[in-house]
Write a protein that binds this ligand. Structure first.
Ligand code: 5AD
Ligand code: SF4
Length: 336
């Protein structure tokens, strides 16, 4: 089916059970029955950026931490024991050489374990840094565009953050050879349904391999939390809109990986589960050392712990045990 702008807008406004059932059917047909588990390791909450919505922005007064190499490796071992196909090392954006080296060293250690695929989510970096981490063994990278509308992007970021730079970073990642994931926040102040339709068209045009998107959730003390805006809707509504975004994207790009994010779970425990039955095929349980999780708060009510119902939905996948993006394999490797 050809998804035009008008069609997407109408589905975003009115899509219901029929849309969800069709997305679930297409998900099973194209990327398989079982969902993929990706262990999330929150490596550091230090960040040099100051995004107006984020709880670990530079100006936030939170206790900062960085995991030791051994703490990361212990989490990876746990992921291996649990049978997870990949691990994500996520952290704030830091460009200092010591940080670049630390990640390089850790990625190299994980690759040497013959363990899960290494996914990075560490913000905008130079093409040279992306290359170093790729050469060390990282194969996937998540960098959300947050909003594909440059005007909205400018309103939710300080003046020294650049939309064009973000786009360039996504292109650098693609050129380096990563499986590239992006995504947006849903229900931001000043964001319209039309803008979200453009976000979906942007993802298709960029031909992304993976997507992670979730509702925007106010985080107390951040500049954006003080904007209660009428276009934003309740958190429940933002969650429902997120489910429609997931379902429509599954139909537009049947063979990509789509995550059902923790932010959905923060609205209600069932929301993330619903994401997995309306198009999403990846869940990212948090496997960071538990004593530090309380400090990695991007938004309020961030859930902790692995939902046992999600573990049950993950069936061993003999064909694609590490949960690679089928879209990537088709494009880059000419297989399947
Ligand atoms: N609400 C929802 N998502 C958020 N993120 C950061 N702050 C918030 C928030 N208040 C998301 C951003 C970022 C990812 C790591 O977390 O999309 O890319
Ligand atoms: Fe830093 Fe990412 Fe938060 Fe922005 S969203 S402040 S880059 S951790």
């Amino acid at each position: 089916m050809e998804f035009t702008f008008e069609h997407i807008v109408s589905l975003l406004r009115g899509g219901g059970e029929e849309l969800f059932a069709e997305a679930d059917r297409v998900r099973r047909l194209t990327v398989g029955d079982g969902i993929h588990l990706r262990g999330l390791i929150e490596y550091t909450n230090i960040c040099h950026k100051n995004c107006l919505y984020c709880g670990i922005r530079r100006d936030s007064r939170v206790a900062r931490y960085t995991l030791t190499d051994d703490q990361v490796i212990a989490s990876v071992r746990y992921a291996v024991e649990q049978g997870f196909g990949s691990v994500v090392i996520q952290g704030g954006e830091i460009c200092a050489e010591a940080h670049v080296e630390a990640i390089e060293r850790i990625v190299r250690r994980i690759s040497g374990m013959d363990g899960p695929a290494v996914v990075l989510s560490l913000g905008e970096q130079t093409a040279g840094t992306y290359r170093r981490w790729f050469d060390a063994g990282a194969s996937r990278y998540l960098l959300r565009i947050e909003s594909s509308d440059p005007a909205l992007y400018a309103r939710i970021h300080p003046a020294d953050h650049s939309f064009d730079r973000r786009l360039e970073a996504l292109r650098d990642l693609r050129r380096t050879g990563y499986e590239v994931g992006t995504g947006v926040m849903i229900g931001l102040p000043w964001q319209s349904v039309e803008s979200l339709a453009h976000d979906l068209l942007f993802m298709r045009k960029f031909d992304i391999d993976m997507c992670g998107m979730g509702p925007y959730l106010e985080c107390d003390g951040t500049p954006l939390a003080s904007f209660a805006h009428e276009t934003q809707g309740s958190q429940q509504w933002r969650g429902e809109l997120t489910l429609r975004m997931i379902a429509i994207l599954r139909l537009m790009m049947p063979d990509i990986n789509i995550a059902s994010t923790t932010a959905l779970q923060a609205i209600s425990p069932d929301m993330r589960l619903r994401g997995l039955s309306c198009g999403a095929n990846v869940a990212m349980p948090n496997i960071s050392p538990s004593e530090l999780r309380a400090n990695y708060v991007l938004y309020d009510n961030k859930p902790v712990g692995i939902d046992p119902r999600i573990l049950e939905m993950a069936r061993p996948n003999g064909v694609n045990p590490r949960g690679r993006s089928m879209r990537f394999m088709r494009r880059e490797c000419n297989v399947i």
